[in-house]
Design a protein around this ligand. Structure first.
Ligand code: GTP
Ligand code: MG
Length: 200
């Protein structure tokens, strides 16, 4: 898996319903986080693309699970964001059905090798983020955290925030947190290293 070609990528499926999820046995790495946290931007940045994964100006607009085929070897999975207050009941229902379909009723769950939980460095883990993280822990899902939008803080302020997380919400959990900026690409090789370590 080390010789994966990050340039050989395509959208396999934009699934609005769980029965559309791919059923082949390729490993999957999923991106989870609230709307606007930077999931699609992170996928683009990891692939060195500008606008491959759709980056929304209207948060929470498209409720789909997008499967990006990476070199016919694995999928990066862009999950629909949560925590967007102005969602209609229909959108909330669609979100629940897809998330439940992916994490709870997924017959292919063994293919999900890791979940990347995104947390905005300036916002910190929200109640929804903590709920998601506790769900991942309780369901024994391998995961790590990526702190997004680090370019918006000074190096010093960023480190202070990461230290605070380690001593408060993440204390004693051993959760790995990788700082990232989709603007500068900071953290790219660290995140790829972590992804590949979960695939082998
Ligand atoms: N400065 C900065 N802005 C970022 C970064 N990552 C994402 N953004 C911006 O944040 C906004 C939301 O990014 P998206 O990647 O669409 O977020 P998302 O999590 O996919 O959102 P949903 O698809 O609605 O769930 C966009 O305006 C991005 O340009 C980052 O690392 N730095
Ligand atoms: Mg998105």
């Amino acid at each position: 898996m080390a010789n994966i070609n990050r340039n050989n990528v395509s959208l396999k499926m934009s699934a609005g319903m769980p029965h559309q999820f791919p059923t082949d046995q390729r490993p999957q790495v999923a991106f989870s986080g609230r709307s606007n946290v930077g999931k699609s931007s992170l996928i683009n940045s990891l692939l060195g693309r500008k606008s491959f994964a759709r980056v929304s100006s209207t948060p929470g607009k498209t409720i789909t699970v997008n499967f990006y085929d990476i070199d016919k070897q694995m999928y990066l999975v862009d999950l629909p964001g949560y925590g967007f207050a102005r969602r209609s009941p229909e959108e909330k229902k669609a979100w629940s059905a897809l998330t439940d379909g992916y994490f709870v009723k997924n017959k292919n769950i063994d293919c999900v090798k890791a979940v990347i939980q995104l947390v905005d460095i300036r916002v910190g883990p929200t109640d929804d983020d903590i709920m998601m993280i506790n769900f991942l822990i309780d369901s024994h899902m391998p995961f790590f955290v990526v702190a997004t939008k680090c370019d918006k803080l000074s190096k010093r302020a960023m480190q202070k925030t990461l230290d605070e997380w380690e001593n408060s919400c993440f204390a004693g959990t051993g959760i790995r947190v990788i700082p990232y900026s989709s603007v500068t690409g900071e953290g790219r090789e660290k995140v790829w290293g972590e992804i590949l370590s979960h695939l082998s």
